[in-house]
Design a protein around this ligand. Structure first.
Ligand SMILES: *Cc1c(COP(=O)(O)O)cnc(C)c1O
Length: 385
């Protein structure tokens, strides 16, 4: 058994970003500045979009997306129930109601059929989440959006690299939101990016992200002479710092290299767990690019003598960090209390919630780490199987 605890989702930080952060510290330009601008430019190019706004987090991107699309009290926004809280909280914090929808058991993505069933005259938008990095069925979702005249905001927190039928994730809907949180495919520690091809949304996001000050407020510190700013909205403090972008500008060029390494680990896991009482992830659909963000095992509870939480403990005891993505949102007290959601409403998401386990999948893992993870999973399930 391995001696040191293997942290789940530990990022791979290399020498270049360490030097770049030190450079930011030495030049004492810590806040939003030239490195943020460069990171935005790089991301724009990577995604082939017109506008990219670096913010403090993906949560901030989702929240501002709701704001610029005018989501407010009385509006309903469709969200998969199997997602992180931030997806739904963005709707709530804009004043709207998150309308949960079940996911498909095999893809774990929001079900287009279920979306249709939950549309009402109050529905304004859909937030599809490309779960674990697997692109949603965007053909169907965009078709529904056109039919009912709904906005689409893609939660791409798991899917920076994703592609669906030749088009990149985040470029289907009105706005695409990305995360560079420490555990995500590339990181800035905390960080997010909102992309759009709509100039009005881009400008509104920029203004709302920095106190509602008139455009390019950070330039006022440059040597172009003092410039007054004007408050044009009651905004937020959601801007990205140069210290964060210093990491991002070196992570982004390695995105394909990291992706290939995660793919390799993914395939090794698939092969290693084939004979165990688990369901391994569905292969990526044809003509799509999976971002391989999470490797999730679904325990065949009917065939083993332990439950998922016991499995998590057994993994931890073997010094392997694990995650759960997710306990569906409608099972959490806040959404039950505030919106009346109940257990039993979304059977597929509940089925997944009870048996899902995420195991380490990071370019930081050595081959030895990967074998340690495999050993731990096999050791537990061979004894309890
Ligand atoms: C991580 C995550 C977010 C939030 O990202 P932050 O950058 O941490 O705010 C939103 N949605 C999903 C699906 C996530 O996994």
């Amino acid at each position: 058994m391995r001696k040191e605890f293997l942290v789940f989702g530990s990022p791979l930080i290399e020498e270049e970003e360490i030097k770049e952060v030190v450079h930011s510290l030495r030049t004492a330009w810590l806040g939003t500045g030239p490195k943020v601008e460069r990171f935005e430019e790089m991301f724009r190019e990577y995604k082939g979009v017109k506008y990219a706004m670096a913010l403090y987090s993906c949560t901030a991107c989702l929240h501002l997306s709701m704001r610029v699309l005018g989501i407010e009290k009385g509006d309903e926004v469709i969200v998969p129930t199997l997602t992180f809280a931030a997806t739904a909280n963005a709707v709530v914090n804009a004043g709207g109601k998150p309308v949960f929808v079940d996911v498909e058991r095999d893809t774990m993505n929001i079900s287009p059929e279920e979306i249709r069933k939950h549309i009402t005259p109050k529905t304004r938008a859909i937030i599809p989440v490309h779960f674990a990095g697997r692109p949603c069925n965007m053909d169907e979702i965009m078709e529904i959006a056109r039919e009912y005249n709904l906005y689409v905001v893609e939660d791409c927190a798991h899917a920076i690299e994703g592609e669906y039928h030749g088009k990149k994730t985040g470029t289907f809907g009105d706005i695409g939101c990305f995360s560079f949180y420490a555990t995500k495919n590339i990181t800035t520690g905390e960080g997010g990016m909102a992309i759009t091809s709509n100039e009005e949304y881009a400008n509104k996001i920029k203004v709302l992200a920095i106190h509602g000050l008139s455009k390019h407020a950070w330039r006022r510190f440059k040597d172009e002479g003092y410039r007054h700013y004007y408050v044009v909205e009651a905004g937020f403090k959601y801007n990205m710092m140069d210290i964060q972008a210093a990491i991002g500008i070196h992570q982004l060029p390695r995105i394909e290299k990291y992706w290939r390494r995660r793919k390799e680990i993914w395939e090794r896991y698939n092969e290693a767990f084939r004979d165990l009482p688990v369901i391994t992830p569905l292969p990526p659909e044809p003509d799509t690019k999976h971002s391989f963000h999470l490797y999730t095992l679904l325990l065949k509870l009917e065939d083993i003598s332990i439950n998922r939480d016991e499995f998590l403990q057994e993994m931890t005891r073997r010094n392997i960090g694990v995650g759960v993505h997710y306990i569906a949102l409608h099972l959490h007290p806040y959404y039950q209390r505030e919106f009346g959601y109940k257990k039993g409403q979304f059977p597929n998401a509940e089925w997944i919630s009870e048996r899902t386990v995420s195991i380490p999948l990071s370019p930081k893992l050595t081959d030895e780490d990967v074998e340690d993870v495999i050993w731990a999973v096999r050791d537990i399930l061979e004894k309890k199987g």
